[in-house]
Every structure is written in structure tokens, then in C-alpha cells.
Design a protein around this ligand. Structure first.
Ligand code: NAD
Ligand code: ZN
Length: 250
């Protein structure tokens, strides 16, 4: 793919970068997206049952089995897209990744300023007292039934995944950090997100209106493409290393 020279100039001259990522950036690590691809998770599972508090409280075993089936707790590896983002950091004053992903692949790749607005799969949280425990303390490979659900080691109530389900508030501290990064950014990357859930639309609209350069990386168009100055149509694992090369060669 040829990167337009006007975009290469913006990439080199920017100082504060806001990266907004979604499930697509982890696709090349073997994790399925929720929407937009033939093997997307919501083509096979009902989000109302598997990703809402109501669904969980009416059938927690089913939701834990869903988490197991979509490999929420298995360990994927960062792909060249995550690794390129981690290396880009050193070329800018600030480089904040705001991710909707609950995998830990940006951190594993070496990114240091990662804001997780939808929680994380490396922890589970008590539904009553809020105690958090490492997911790695538990076995998520077996079939869950009402008799073997993970229970809080402090109070005995049910544990749940420490992720944000549909209908739940986004974590306040994460949103504050994302807003601060948004105010200062002069370059925004929107990578691998359909833009159909929380925040994306507002982030891209705000950055575009404030004059930041908005670059989308996604093989398909999304609901955020409208705000993009550049749409680089292809997989992020191939395109991000090309953008890193621009910085390395400058
Ligand atoms: P989404 O599933 O709604 O959309 C994925 C987007 O990625 C689509 O637009 C698709 O065209 C694009 N895409 C597919 N392959 C790509 C590639 N190789 N490179 C770049 N883009 C590619 O994802 P979303 O917008 O993040 O929203 C889904 C929600 O599901 C989020 O809240 C997220 O937390 C959660 N989720 C997380 C993971 C994860 O942690 N890895 C995986 C699935 C879903
Ligand atoms: Zn508890």
C-alpha cells in the first residue's frame, strides 16, 4: 500500500497522538471481532443474553461458558500491529491508546499509556463486595454449571468478568484519561472498530472538529469513516508497520 505523502508529513510532524482501537486490531492475533466479519461473535451469540448484567444474573453459567468459548481467558499474542504501535510511542510527546478491547495485547506489546474503557480479561470481580482477583487463579477451560461457578474468596458471592457489558457505565477514571488525551491530540488513529459502541463516535467527531488529523485503519468502512481524513483500507497488522517505517526513516 502507498501511504500518501501528505499523510506521511502529518505523521512526522504530530506531537500528541490518540489511538482508538477495537476488536479488529486483535484479529490477526486470532481473536474474533464482534461485528463486521463472517466469523464475528454476534453472528453466533445473542449479545442480550451473553453480554448484559440481566443475562448474567439470570444464567451466570451460560455467560461464563460464553467467555470460555470466545477465548476471553486464553492467551493470544500481540501481532505486528500491536508491536508497531508500541514502538511508535517514543517518537511523540504523548501517545495514548484508548482501547475497547479487554485483551491485554497492547500492554503485552510494550505500550505504556493504555486506557481500557471496557475493562480487562485478566481480572474477575465480585458482584457483591467488588473484590478483584487475577483470572489466572481460576480454571476457565471446563464446563460451568450452577454448582461450580467462581465465587469470591472474601465474601462468597459470585464473581463476574471485570468487563463492561451492554447497558453498564464506562469506568470514570478511564474516561477522564481518554478525555485528557483527546483534548491534546493532533493526530488520531481509529483502528479496527466498527464504531458502533461507546465513545468512538464522540472521540472521532471531537478530534475532527478540533482540527486533528483523523486516520482510520480498517479493511472496511465503518460508522467513523465519515470523520476520517484518510481511510487506509487493509489489516492493521500490515499497515501499522508501514506507518512505523515512516517514523524510523525520518
Ligand atoms: P467490532 O467487532 O464491532 O468491529 C471490528 C472492526 O474491525 C470491524 O469494523 C472490522 O471491519 C474491523 N477489522 C477486521 N479485521 C481487521 C484487521 N485485520 N485490521 C483492522 N480492522 C479490522 O469491534 P469494536 O468496535 O471493538 O466493538 C466491539 C466490542 O467488543 C468492544 O467493546 C470490545 O470491547 C469487544 N471485543 C473485544 C475483543 C478483544 O478484546 N480482543 C474482541 C471482540 C470484541
Ligand atoms: Zn466478594
Amino acid at each position: 500500500m502507498n501511504i500518501p505523502s501528505s499523510l506521511a508529513d502529518k505523521i512526522k510532524s504530530a506531537r500528541n497522538v490518540f489511538v482508538f482501537t477495537g476488536a479488529g486490531v486483535s484479529k490477526e492475533s486470532g481473536l474474533s471481532t464482534f461485528r463486521g466479519d463472517d466469523d464475528s461473535i454476534w453472528n453466533k451469540y445473542d449479545p442480550e443474553i451473553n453480554a448484559t448484567p440481566e443475562g448474567f444474573y439470570s444464567n451466570p453459567a451460560l455467560v461464563w461458558n460464553f467467555c470460555r468459548d470466545i477465548n476471553l481467558f486464553t492467551h493470544a499474542k500481540p501481532n505486528p500491529g500491536h508491536l508497531a504501535l508500541a514502538q511508535m510511542e517514543s517518537y511523540y510527546d504523548t501517545f495514548t491508546i484508548v482501547t475497547q478491547n479487554v485483551d491485554c495485547l497492547h500492554e503485552q506489546a510494550g505500550s505504556t499509556d493504555v486506557v481500557k474503557i471496557h475493562g480487562t480479561c485478566d481480572l474477575i470481580r465480585c458482584t457483591k463486595c467488588g473484590h478483584r482477583a487475577p483470572a489466572s487463579n481460576f480454571d476457565f477451560t471446563h464446563e460451568f454449571t450452577p454448582d461450580n461457578l467462581p465465587k469470591c474468596e472474601k465474601c462468597g458471592a459470585l464473581y463476574r468478568p471485570d468487563i463492561v457489558w451492554f447497558g453498564e457505565y464506562l469506568p470514570e477514571e478511564a474516561i477522564n484519561r481518554a478525555s485528557a488525551a483527546l483534548q491534546r491530540c493532533d493526530l488520531m488513529y481509529v483502528i479496527g472498530t466498527s464504531g458502533e459502541v461507546s465513545g468512538g463516535y464522540g472521540f472521532a467527531q471531537h478530534a475532527a472538529a478540533a482540527g486533528a488529523t483523523v486516520v482510520e485503519i480498517n479493511p472496511k468502512r465503518s460508522s467513523l469513516t465519515y470523520f476520517a481524513d484518510y481511510h487506509l483500507a487493509g489489516p492493521s497488522g500490515e499497515i501499522l508497520p508501514l506507518l512505523l517505517d515512516i517514523l524510523k526513516n525520518s
